[in-house]
Design a binder for this molecule. Structure first.
Ligand SMILES: Cc1cc2nc3c(=O)[nH]c(=O)nc-3n(C[C@H](O)[C@H](O)[C@H](O)COP(=O)(O)OP(=O)(O)OC[C@H]3O[C@@H](n4cnc5c(N)ncnc54)[C@H](O)[C@@H]3O)c2cc1C
Length: 292
């Protein structure tokens, strides 16, 4: 099936109007941002919204704003905008690592960070990035605004805590000194979804030991960050042995399934190897970051 079921379409021009349209058109109304996930689902008849509410004119959702202790990213910010931002690359190189391997320029020109999180595809890259950066998600609802930790946005594959009558408006990333981050993905061909990927975020103490660390895995059956990583490698000096220990923990936590992208053993091996690589690079980057 390659043709969507019939639907009505309306463009919103503000967050308030989007919420009003969602309420007016009821449970089968869906917002559309870049459309790169929703439209394929509609063509396959996996989604059959009665109404599409287009948020591409909602300018207040498209911004990157630096504050002293956090970076605020509007939900409609495109992949291409994030990739082109020197500010994003300097503060959170993990975002650039991930954006370079998300799809192709056509998808990146339209696809948005809010749509990526809203879609909640288990193989989606920015969810892992937001997990390891401990992002906060701002959601506008008819009763006002609420802020969720990224862990509370997760409800499982293709499901989030953002209700049908609500809208993700902003993603907030905490800015920390001596912080480094990295993402690495294995894909079958350029632009493909991940066979497996890993992301890491590291804060170094003044003496060079690891003060804080998070690791996340993509397409490897782990919801949120890998448990036990902080306890295992915190307050220790970075070393190849430590990265190997972290890799073992990540592989043990992973629960991959065999599919056309590879067998379970291969994916577990990737969880191990990619974790070592992203931790090594995060530590290098944290070391290069002058304390604020
Ligand atoms: C060929 C191809 C390859 C791709 N490869 C990758 C890849 O390698 N890695 C990767 O991570 N992604 C990949 N993607 C997905 C791409 O990143 C999409 O852009 C992204 O998943 C969805 O963003 P969107 O703006 O297009 O969302 P849409 O398709 O418009 O929406 C997706 C869902 O999110 C909801 N939504 C949208 N905006 C909001 C909001 N502000 N608040 C609440 N809900 C919202 C919609 O209602 C819908 O349910 C690929 C897509 C294509 C077509």
């Amino acid at each position: 099936m390659q043709t969507p079921a019939p639907f009505d379409y309306v463009r919103a021009s503000s967050v308030a109007e989007t919420l009003e349209l969602l309420a007016r058109h009821g449970p089968e109304a869906r917002v559309i941002a870049g459309g790169h996930s929703l439209l394929p689902m509609m063509k396959l008849r996996l989604a059959r919204p009665d109404w599409l509410i287009d948020i591409n004119d909602v300018a207040e959702l498209d911004h990157i704003t630096e504050e002293p202790d956090r970076l605020r990213i509007g939900a409609l910010t495109r992949h291409a905008t994030l990739l082109a931002s020197d500010l994003v690359g300097r503060l959170f190189p993990i975002v650039h690592d991930a954006e370079r391997v998300i799809a192709d320029p056509v998808v990146r020109n339209r696809g948005s960070i809010g749509g990526s999180l809203g879609q909640a595809d288990p193989a989606e890259d920015l969810t892992t990035v937001c997990d390891v950066l401990d992002a906060e998600i701002v959601i506008a609802s008819p009763g006002g605004e609420r802020v969720l930790g990224i862990a509370d946005l997760h409800r499982g594959p293709y499901e989030t805590a953002c209700e049908q009558n609500e809208l993700i408006t902003e993603i907030r990333l905490p800015i920390r000194s001596r912080h480094g981050s990295a993402y690495e993905k294995v894909e079958r061909r350029v632009g493909d979804w991940a066979v497996a990927a890993a992301g890491a975020s590291v804060v170094l103490a003044d003496d060079g030991t690891i003060e804080d660390v998070t690791v996340g895995l993509t397409a490897l059956g782990v919801e949120g960050c890998v448990p036990g990583m902080l306890e295992a490698i915190c307050q220790q000096r970075p070393s190849e042995e430590l990265y190997a220990e972290a890799g073992r923990i990540a592989a043990a936590a992973s629960a991959p399934v065999e599919d056309q992208r590879g067998p379970v053993d291969y994916k577990r091996h990737l969880a191990d190897e990619l974790t070592r690589r992203v931790l090594r690079r995060s530590v290098e980057r944290a070391g290069a970051m002058v304390p604020a």
